[in-house]
Design a protein around this ligand. Structure first.
Ligand SMILES: [Zn+2]
Length: 324
């Protein structure tokens, strides 16, 4: 009975030891908050925790991969591991959490634990989060909650403070770079550059041409700033691609020019002639505007093209760039 549970990623070892220690010392809390950028493998980590805790014969705090419990888990059929996943852009509502509350009051069907995974936890609306607080305040015995989030500051502080935090953004870079180099068959230096642009190894694998695309987006932006290209048509062509990725590229470019403008790096960026005409505070205001458009887009309150046009327009008139 071979397990198809995806293994831990090499950069997760330190966090895994943190989990093992808590378990070993019987200090495992009732809720863990796994937070960090998308593409750090938080779900794989959560699945490994569930597998280890539910396994009938764990070895060194790892699932054996052979027993019935491991088989159920690997095929997604373990009744004591429930994943509540929000659809992209949709909220997790109070009914979802109520269902979880109902389940949590039952005893585990097979194992020693009942494990609930909520992802992304920041998709819970306020009513849902308040309902979840009830579990966090009086957790039933043998219950473990795994909250996954790339934007954990959007969670209620009362929810956050009741979880043990696992910060994936602090994972060592070196194992990520080596893993990525192997996956994409490039040098470690190239992988490091790609990783810096993509922010996480799994995102980098998803966008292997990100550096080229980034250059292209910066060139388009420069063309608008030099009025060689029309703002509306550039925004329209960007809006047809992965808009979140475009905004990430714009903010990455802007952060580079800010560092160069402050003399922290050689001033080589193609947007530097424009940046030299702006004040540092104007550049920061523009950066804030980009982040704000990203948030608004995630909440689906804005058309992608409108968001992109707002950023381009503000970069053409930096003195009027004020985040709403
Ligand atoms: Zn097992």
């Amino acid at each position: 009975m071979a397990s198809t549970l995806s293994p831990l990623y090499p950069w997760q070892q330190t966090l895994w030891r943190q989990f093992q220690q808590s378990w070993q010392q019987q200090r495992l809390p009732h809720a863990l908050l796994l937070h960090g950028a998308d593409g750090m493998g938080k779900q794989a980590f959560a699945n490994n925790i569930a597998a280890a805790l539910l396994c009938q014969q764990p070895k060194n705090q790892h699932a054996c991969g052979q027993c019935t419990a491991c088989h159920w888990l690997a095929t997604g059929n373990h009744l004591d591991y429930l994943i509540y996943q929000a659809d992209i852009g949709k909220a997790l509502k109070i009914d979802d959490i109520r269902q979880l509350l109902g389940q949590a009051l039952l005893t585990p069907r097979h194992g020693r634990y009942q494990i609930f995974c909520i992802t992304p936890a920041d998709a819970m609306n306020r009513a849902a989060a308040n309902a979840l607080l009830k579990i966090l305040e009086e957790p039933p015995a043998q219950t473990l909650l795994l909250l996954l989030s790339a934007h954990h500051f959007r969670l209620l502080p009362t929810v956050r403070s009741r979880c043990q935090s696992f910060n994936f953004d602090r994972c060592e870079k070196e194992p990520q770079q080596h893993w990525l180099a192997q996956q994409t068959q490039q040098s470690v230096e190239q992988a490091a550059a790609l990783l810096a642009a993509a922010k996480s190894p799994l995102q980098a694998v998803k966008y292997p041409n990100l550096l080229l695309e980034q250059e292209k987006i910066w060139a388009d932006w420069q063309a608008v700033l030099q009025q060689r290209q029309d703002m509306v048509s550039v925004a329209l062509s960007w809006a047809k691609t992965d808009v979140e990725q475009v905004l990430d590229c714009l903010s990455a470019g802007l952060m580079l020019v800010i560092r160069q403008r402050m003399g922290l790096m050689p001033a080589t960026h193609l947007l530097m002639p424009w940046a030299n005409q702006c004040s540092i505070s104007q550049l920061f205001t523009l950066l804030q505007l980009i982040w704000q458009q990203q948030q608004t887009l995630q909440q689906q309150q804005l058309k992608p093209q409108t968001a992109l046009e707002a950023v381009l327009l503000a970069s053409l008139n930096p003195d009027t760039a004020t985040p709403q």
